[in-house]
Design a protein around this ligand. Structure first.
Ligand SMILES: [Zn+2]
Length: 105
């Protein structure tokens, strides 16, 4: 057996999901109506609403308690707000801290 024939399938038969398949998977995972992922993407113009970077490795941002989807963030900002416990107050304190440290206040 060729070394690429592992439990994930052979290199030859494995194929990248189409955008439509990825959208359908995410809509199912986050209980979103069909077409809503693409609508969010278009509304955000394919950009992260926090850092304004192009969404190359997008993450669906959702409330971990209610499950409500808030938007699509980049692979840095989504874990970033999670590390600050999804707290607006923590984000404000982080802003003050960083502005003071950078001497911009
Ligand atoms: Zn971002």
């Amino acid at each position: 057996m060729h070394r690429w024939n592992n439990r994930y399938g052979s290199r030859r038969t494995r194929r990248k999901k189409t955008a439509a398949e990825t959208h359908a998977h995410l809509e199912s995972k986050y209980n979103l109506p069909p077409g809503s992922y693409k609508s969010m993407w278009v509304a955000q113009r394919g950009l992260c609403p926090i850092c304004d970077d192009v969404l190359v490795r997008p993450h669906v941002d959702h409330d971990h308690v209610s499950g409500v989807v808030r938007g699509i963030l980049c692979h840095r900002c989504n874990p970033g707000i999670g590390m600050l416990k999804d707290s607006v107050e923590n984000l404000r304190r982080a802003e003050k801290y960083l502005a003071h440290a950078l001497g911009t206040v």
